[in-house]
Write a protein that binds this ligand. Structure first.
Ligand code: ZN
Length: 129
């Protein structure tokens, strides 16, 4: 699957062309086996790919690739949770907005006036005690 090379000089990070004649895409692996290892591969997927694959880095020590892989997995679940919470907040916003949408401006002002009166009366009553 790969022709391994182990050069990390800056000129090696320049674009490369795959056998299809396209610029190969640059990636950093996050697999358990090769976490943190940079490579180029054909930008086409599956059976359309010419199979071009070129590692830039040597294999990292096992504990490093494991750590990178685990962080990738953890980041994935944090993103998932964030999107879930985002959705909950959006739904809450939707409820709030539809509640306000049903009220006319006059109704909102009357509600605010009523609330302010309750506060003032409460404040005065508290002072008198
Ligand atoms: Zn290709």
């Amino acid at each position: 699957m790969s022709t391994s090379s182990s050069i990390s000089s800056p000129e090696e990070l320049q674009s490369r062309t795959c056998k299809c004649g396209f610029m190969a895409r640059y990636f950093t692996a996050t697999t358990l086996e090769n976490g943190g290892r940079r490579f180029y591969r054909c930008r086409r997927l599956g059976s359309n790919s010419c199979g071009y694959w070129n590692w830039i880095d040597d294999k990292s020590p096992r504990h490093v690739s494991t750590m990178i892989h685990n962080q990738k997995v953890e980041l994935g679940s944090i993103r998932k949770e964030r999107n879930h919470l985002k959705k909950i907040v959006e739904d809450m916003d939707g409820i709030e907005h539809s509640y306000l949408k049903d009220m006319t401006v006059d109704e909102i002002l009357i509600s605010l006036l009523a609330v302010s009166w309750v506060i003032i009366v409460g404040f005065v009553a508290a002072k008198m005690m």
